[in-house]
Design a protein around this ligand. Structure first.
Ligand SMILES: *[C@@H]1O[C@H](CO)[C@@H](O)[C@H](O)[C@H]1NC(C)=O
Ligand SMILES: *[C@@H]1O[C@H](CO)[C@@H](O)[C@H](O)[C@H]1NC(C)=O
Ligand SMILES: *[C@@H]1O[C@H](CO)[C@@H](O)[C@H](O)[C@H]1NC(C)=O
Length: 369
């Protein structure tokens, strides 16, 4: 009896191992097959692309786990390269370049675009509504225009109140970076000695302005809610609450808070003069459309194309404006690191209506105490 049982068992084992063998053979064969495809693909890459891709990998500190991923990313890179070359040939106002995003699909890139504006924003065109907001703040001066003549150009970098370019990484935290960037500038404008060298904490806004206030950490949010949070809580510095670029628990320490604010005003307009009037008083936060490849791969010049889109999905700050070869433009400060755009900044054509890249549709300005 025992022997029979053993024999049966070993037969079972044989059957199982045979099945496993066939399955793994099929598996090996298919991976071998795709390796072969990948290998042949690599054999046929032209020398120029090879060189560009290896430079790209080195300068962006990229590496991939396996050959398959490597080839997949290389294919995207080459796809994008032809788009960039084509656009650069056609366009005189701005140039594109391969950058950190060049091995990402459109979908992957769009995942980090997470500005989620308040629902009623589209209706905030009438200035009376801003007046109501000001009444709530008990500060009727916040929106007032400066009486001096409007200069033809303005760049707050020359006043040394624009802090260094940061990098949001793969977390959807644009709203937090736009909030800190504008506050850092406004504080320097208020008192350069007191606030010199102080960077403010995006991570605190990510971790603490969620749920009750309306933001969703790395999944997105709105400067409006970040400022609402700062009405009740003080913002800490980058050094006491550093950026980790992923969701974590709120670790707010009121003792380490630097300042809180009185509140915020927000508006939408068809008239760029109204925006200029506010930028004259300091950098402001804005919503924009960053989803197009023109913005993603932007290198230099003035973005003039209406193909930039007008949906709001990203937040940056406007730090000035200017005029070049008859083109009026905004200067924006982004948070994609200094290797993106013009050392981290971009110029976008100023235009009434929705604005190029949607720049006129959502402006949020923090009001200091
Ligand atoms: C590409 O480089 C290889 C070796 O580096 C060289 O043998 C080959 O001729 C080059 N091909 C072209 C088209 O330049
Ligand atoms: C880059 O290539 C990917 C994959 O083909 C594509 O999704 C994306 O739209 C391309 N971007 C540009 C700027 O061509
Ligand atoms: C824009 O606003 C300014 C200042 O209020 C005004 O002088 C100008 O006429 C407006 N432009 C348009 C096109 O409405």
């Amino acid at each position: 009896m025992r022997l029979v049982k053993l024999a049966l068992q070993s037969q079972k084992c044989l059957l199982i191992s045979f099945t496993l063998g066939v399955v793994s053979a099929i598996f090996l064969f298919t991976t071998y097959d795709s390796y072969l495809d990948d290998y042949l693909y690599l054999q046929n890459i032209d020398n120029q692309s090879k060189l560009e891709f290896s430079n790209f990998l080195a300068s962006n500190l990229k590496n991939y786990q396996d050959l398959q991923t490597f080839v997949q990313r290389l294919k995207i890179f080459i796809d994008n390269k032809s788009f960039i070359q084509k656009s650069n040939k056609e366009n005189k106002d701005f140039q594109l370049i391969q950058n950190y995003f060049s091995d990402q699909t459109e979908q992957e890139y769009k995942q980090t675009l997470t500005l989620k504006t308040q629902k009623n924003v589209k209706n905030i065109k009438k200035i009376e509504q801003v007046v109501d907001q000001l009444k709530n703040l008990g500060n009727t001066n916040a929106f007032k225009t400066i009486s001096k003549a409007m200069p033809q150009s303005l760049d707050w970098r020359y006043s040394n109140i624009v802090t260094a370019i940061k990098n949001q990484g793969s977390c959807g935290s644009c709203y937090a970076f736009a909030s800190t960037a504008s506050l850092e500038s406004l504080l320097l404008l208020q008192d350069k000695n007191k606030f010199k060298g102080i960077d403010l904490s995006e991570q605190q806004l990510l971790d603490c302005s969620d749920n009750y206030y309306g933001n969703s950490g790395c999944r997105g949010g709105d400067m409006y809610y970040a400022f609402a949070y700062l009405k009740q809580n003080k913002i800490q510095s980058e050094s006491t609450y550093p950026y980790i670029g992923k969701d974590s628990l709120c670790r707010y320490d009121a003792n380490k808070g630097i300042i809180n604010i009185k509140g915020q005003i927000y508006f939408s307009t068809d008239n760029t003069t109204l925006i200029k009037e506010q930028v004259l008083k300091g950098p402001i936060t804005v919503g924009m459309d960053a989803s197009s490849p023109y913005f993603r791969q932007y290198s230099s010049g003035i973005i003039t194309t209406t193909k930039c889109g007008t949906s709001l999905n990203h937040a940056v700050i406007i730090i000035g404006y200017g005029l070049d070869k008859g083109l009026e433009y905004w200067i924006i400060k982004n948070q994609y690191g200094t290797r993106w755009g013009e050392r981290g900044f971009a110029r976008i054509k100023m235009q009434n209506g929705q604005g190029i890249c949607g720049l006129n549709q959502y402006i949020v300005i923090p009001v200091l105490n």
